[in-house]
Design a protein around this ligand. Structure first.
Ligand SMILES: [Fe+2]
Length: 1088
């Protein structure tokens, strides 16, 4: 994890940092001390890195032959032709092979290598390690028990400057495949030290693999001795036109593209989803090809039983990330726990049963029966707000009273509480139901304590069973390394007690793994423990205010959708008019403020527009009609339109909406806060109930009209909650998944296929793609898949990913993904200064990060490109860019959804200049780091609390005149009003699912790599210096952010704090962080 500058730290954090500093450093252990050369100079290179993740796949014929044969003659073409003719005698060097994986089975054996000299093109004879000393186990600083092995090697005297190594792993004696994870290989002569990074699984399926020294070379500058190997390595990663379409096997290394045809692999009936990508209607970026073959309808077949979606071994999570919940919980532990909760509560409809390994279910069946009595849906609704807050009891002490707001209701509303019995006609029996629910909860629910607090902690027996059953999965790659296949005996293996000094390495290691996978940090119950979210802690009176609502639009979990209002709403089909907002505009009018902003003045009105969420209303209706009202189609419609058919036991309603915000100012013209002044909402039935209303318009909820009366205040608050739910959907599907996870994947695939690991652009960008393929693979299998967590917990249900596709098709342009362009396009910055018009923490901190990235990339790239001509003539770089456009993101131009390359990509044709390359790469780095961090790591603290953010809405928003509106405005006690509102928001099981999921997604893993840490792929001294300057800039940014957060003039960070409510600083773009849910820390890559 990143370190934080001491002067920015609190006492506790500083102590923790000092403690970390005393721990041995894995990096220090592998860095050698030989002199470094400047770019262009050939010679000794030293390098190490963590997981540079270089890979490959099926061998060309010549290389497969080399594997099959064992006699030197078979390998002459690749390994030793020049050394045989060298005739100058041998020199003894010391060679050390280091792994960062545990020593198991046959690891460290049957490895061969050949050394290639940079200058002379001489290659050594084949060297085998089996005559060396036995391997040693070494403990890395992150707690992994790894191995290293060294021995003498005799190299031709002409080899003075090793530039590359060929490495090969042979199969086991019985012919079974075998693989080793190789971190680095070090060669030491009497005068020099050369460390060649590998960071790769080397398999007996691969034949000879090449690993290059750490120096960076443009293609034209490649030393001649290495040029062929550079080309061959890329060819292997590319595969042939035939092999790239073949089904992948475990050790394959080919990168290719495929449409999103795996979201419902293996599913039938109502869980069938259309492919995303490859059509005008559902355009989408491509994902990593797995080629399992297609069903007749074009969907990819399901993996074989027990198999995961394929992923290159080198792109999988590291051992440490994998043993964290970040690695496996999405598929197994969390799904199991939620299934149990749903099952026990009688809510099988919500049970993510398809995700639960049969092993877990089978093992838990009896246990569940004995531990839990079946209950009759005690979890349908929260009773009141206090009941919601009771989720957080444990973290807030013995009682949760401190979380209860004191000013939520106006005095007049409180005084009417005693009139609860005189409820209006037509009102539900919410309070009665609440009391009954409470009774049921106390008597029957296993998740409620006698004092009313929620407690989703599973009994120890159940939790232990889940933890143990998923341990296999979490340590899988380690066993793969030893045997080539998952070890069936691993479960009993890891139950061994600690046996220090035991002869068998698996016995010694077993205890290590067991303690890791069963430690408190990885228990499923940790995910089901809900600490108080920061949006609530110390700020019980903040969440319901309009000021906080507006603040979160610029400093919350989705700060990238607000836009200056420069057009009258009627011009884009909205029903919002001056009469709805003028009373809140401090003497101005809608027309005046829009007109002024259009003419270039500072905007005071802003809009967030989520009308596109209505995209599938009609399609769902048509599907239902076409299916003749079959149960499955009714369920689809029900999920969108609030249907009450039995298949839709938990109806969800997909609204569309817009909100207008006003930037208030004091008498001196100083900004004091942003408040919502009008919210426009519609649901699938709105236009049927209001035939005259255009499809582009909805019911307008005016703040000024509604807050005057305690009765209608409830309507305003519900409108805010419903709109926030849209914000939540748009955040998850668009701002988060679309704009980072999914759009970046094809950029990485294209990079692996076209840009060598020797290329300076590869070395600069590889950290920005670390783990992205793995987390996206996980997401496709358990989050965004048919019946997955997103469909179950967001209002769009089965249409969720189709909405993401539609919005990608309508709006995504690489050209405006650069932060300054994005802000400009939304009218959020003063064009004369480039600075935000208002206190906009995401933009202010983000622009600083953007500037630092730009300066760093510019300096770095100019070390290698001396002119724009160099860029234009860089064959690897231009092949990458061309392939991104034609294979990675082909749909937008192919189907005419954009008018030109310029519109989509910002320019036409190849990358023309160094400065353009800087912008392209900075945009990619920003999306992977700053943008992703801003929308990812605040999820728990903003969205786990349903009163602040409910992921779904279960009932249509009431409109004036309808019965539901009367019910809400007629509720004369706060308990009754709260009970009614909670029927609209997420139910307790959904809230628990969301809370546990976003807790997982908001957590930094132990081996996270943040922007204030070195890019360890850089070796060239000038490159490292540029990187150090960037790191210094990141540390300065941390201090700047702390200063901004402490300045009361910044209303969005501090200024709204008062005696009832503490401040909520904006920390999401603070580069460094410790592990865990910290609401800060900017990893290089999209890795969670
Ligand atoms: Fe993410």
């Amino acid at each position: 994890m990143a370190s934080v500058p001491a002067k920015c730290l609190g006492v506790g954090e500083r102590a923790a940092q000092q403690q970390r500093a005393t721990q041995p450093s894995a990096r220090a252990a592998v860095v050698s001390g030989a002199p470094l050369r400047l770019p262009g100079q050939l010679g000794s290179s030293i390098v190490h890195n963590r997981r540079g993740q270089f890979q490959q796949r099926r061998q060309p014929t010549w290389r497969r032959n080399a594997v099959a044969g064992s006699s030197p003659g078979d390998e002459a073409g690749r390994t030793s032709s020049r050394s045989a003719a060298d005739g100058s005698g041998g020199v003894t060097w010391k060679c050390t092979i280091r792994s960062t994986s545990p020593l198991l089975g046959d690891t460290s054996t049957r490895l061969s290598l050949v050394v290639i000299d940079t200058h002379s093109e001489v290659r050594s004879a084949v060297i085998t390690v089996d005559s060396w000393k036995p391997p040693r186990e070494v403990l890395t600083s992150d707690g992994t028990l790894a191995w290293e092995r060294d021995g003498p090697v005799t190299l031709p005297a002409a080899i003075k400057d090793p530039g590359a190594l060929l490495l090969r792993k042979m199969p086991e004696p019985n012919g079974a495949p075998a693989q080793d994870y190789i971190g680095s290989i070090q060669l030491v002569s009497a005068t020099t030290v050369h460390t060649v990074p590998a960071n790769s699984w080397v398999s007996s399926d691969h034949g000879w693999r090449v690993f290059f020294c750490g120096e960076a070379f443009l293609p034209k500058d490649t030393p001649p001795a290495l040029a062929d190997e550079r080309r061959r390595e890329l060819e292997e990663l590319q595969g042939s036109p035939e092999s790239r379409m073949e089904k992948r096997k475990n050790t394959d290394r080919i990168y290719w593209y495929q449409v999103y045809s795996d979201l419902s692999s293996g599913q039938t009936g109502k869980l069938v989803r259309p492919n995303l990508g490859g059509s005008k209607e559902l355009p989408y970026p491509r994902r990593l090809a797995t080629n399992r073959g297609n069903e007749p309808d074009g969907r990819e077949k399901a993996p074989a039983k027990g198999e995961e979606f394929w992923l290159q071994m080198d792109d999988r999570f590291s051992f440490n990330k994998n043993v964290d919940f970040n690695g496996a919980a999405l598929q197994s532990s969390l799904a199991s726990a939620l299934a149990i909760i749903a099952e026990v509560s009688g809510d099988r409809d919500r049970s993510p049963i398809t995700l639960v390994p049969s092993l877990v279910l089978g093992g838990l069946g009896e246990l569940l029966g004995s531990l839990f009595p079946r209950v009759e849906s005690p979890l349908d609704n929260y009773e009141d707000y206090k009941d919601v807050l009771a989720m957080y009891k444990k973290a807030s002490g013995p009682a949760f009273q401190s979380l209860l707001p004191s000013n939520l209701y106006p005095a007049s509303a409180s005084s009417s509480a005693s009139s609860a019995s005189s409820s209006s006609s037509g009102a539900s029996t919410a309070s009665t139901r609440g009391a009954l629910g409470s009774l049921i909860g106390k008597v029957l629910s296993p998740f409620k304590k006698a004092d009313g607090a929620w407690d989703f902690q599973l009994p120890d027996e159940v939790a232990a069973k889940i933890d143990a059953s998923t341990a296999d999965q979490r340590v899988g790659p380690v066993y793969d390394s030893a045997t080539g296949a998952p070890a069936p005996a691993s479960r009993s293996f890891i139950n061994f007690d600690s046996k220090p000094g035991a002869a068998r390495t698996d016995e010694r290691l077993g205890s290590k793994l067991w303690s890791t996978v069963t430690s408190s940090t990885t228990s499923i119950n940790n995910l089901l423990f809900f600490n108080v979210p920061r949006v609530l802690e110390g700020r019980a009176d903040a969440w319901y205010t309009d000021e906080e609502y507006g603040r979160q639009i610029v400093a919350g979990f989705n700060p990238c959708t607000i836009a200056a209002l420069k057009d009258l709403p009627e011009n884009f089909g909205s029903a919002i008019r001056g009469k709805h907002v003028n009373a809140d505009l401090q003497g101005a009018t809608l027309e005046q403020l829009v007109d002024a902003a259009k003419k270039g003045a500072k905007p005071r009105l802003f809009m967030v527009d989520y009308w596109d969420l209505s995209a599938f209303w009609q399609a769902a209706e048509a599907e239902a009609a076409a299916a003749g009202g079959s149960s499955s189609s009714k369920s689809l419609l029900g999920s969108l339109a609030g249907g009450k058919d039995k298949d839709s036991a938990k109806p969800m309603v997909q609204h569309a909406g817009r909100a207008v915000f006003y930037l208030r100012q004091d008498a001196n013209g100083k900004d004091t806060g942003l408040i919502p002044v009008a919210i426009e909402l519609a649901h699938p039935k709105t236009h049927k109930e209001n035939p005259g209303l255009p499809r582009t318009a909805g019911v307008v909820y005016s703040r000024a009209d509604l807050v005057k009366d305690p009765a209608t205040l409830a309507v305003w608050r519900l409108a805010k909650m419903v709109f926030r739910s849209l914000d939540s959907s748009f955040h998850q599907l668009i701002s988060h998944w679309n704009r980072t996870h999914s759009v970046l994947e094809p950029f990485f695939i294209a990079m692996r296929r076209n840009i060598s690991v020797m290329h300076p652009v590869y070395k600069l960008m590889a950290p920005h793609y670390r783990y992205t393929l793995n987390i996206n693979r996980n997401a496709r299998s358990s989050l965004i898949n048919a019946g997955g967590v997103i469909e179950k917990t967001f209002s769009a249900g089965p249409y969720a990913l189709r909405l993401a596709s539609v919005v990608y098709g309508k709006y995504w342009n690489f050209a405006t993904e650069a932060l300054p362009e994005d802000l400009k396009a939304r009218g959020m910055v003063d064009p004369s200064t480039g600075k935000p018009w208002l206190d906009y923490p995401y933009a202010t901190d983000g622009l600083d990060m953007w500037s630092a990235l730009t300066a760093y990339f510019d300096k770095y790239l100019r070390l290698y490109y001396s002119s724009d001509k160099d860029v234009l003539e860089d064959t690897e770089l231009q092949a990458w860019w061309a392939e991104v456009k034609t294979e990675g993101h082909p749909d937008l131009l192919r189907f005419g959804l954009r008018s030109s390359e310029e519109q989509l990509w910002g320019f036409q044709g190849p990358i023309p200049s160094v400065s353009r390359l800087v912008t392209v790469l900075t945009t990619l780095a920003w999306l992977a780091s700053g943008h992703h961090a801003a929308v990812n790591f605040g999820q728990y603290d903003f969205t786990s609390f349903i009163l602040n953010t409910s992921s779904l809405v279960r009932k249509p928003m009431p409109a004036p005149g309808d019965a539901a509106y009367k019910e809400l405005t007629g509720a004369r006690s706060r308990e009754k009003q709260e009970g009614i509102i909670l029927e609209y928001l997420a139910d307790p099981i959904t809230a628990t699912t969301v809370s546990a999921t976003v807790k997982l997604l908001s957590a930094h893993a132990r081996d996270e790599h943040t922007l204030d840490e070195e890019n360890e792929m850089l070796v060239d001294p000038a490159a490292r210096e540029a990187n150090q300057e960037f790191i210094a800039a990141m540390k300065r940014l941390e201090c700047d952010i702390e200063m901004r957060n402490a300045d009361a003039a910044n209303w969005a960070r501090y200024g709204l704090a008062n005696d009832k409510s503490g401040p909520m600083p904006y920390t999401l773009l603070t580069p460094g962080s410790r592990a865990g849910v910290t609401m800060r820390g900017v990893p290089y890559s999209v890795s969670i």
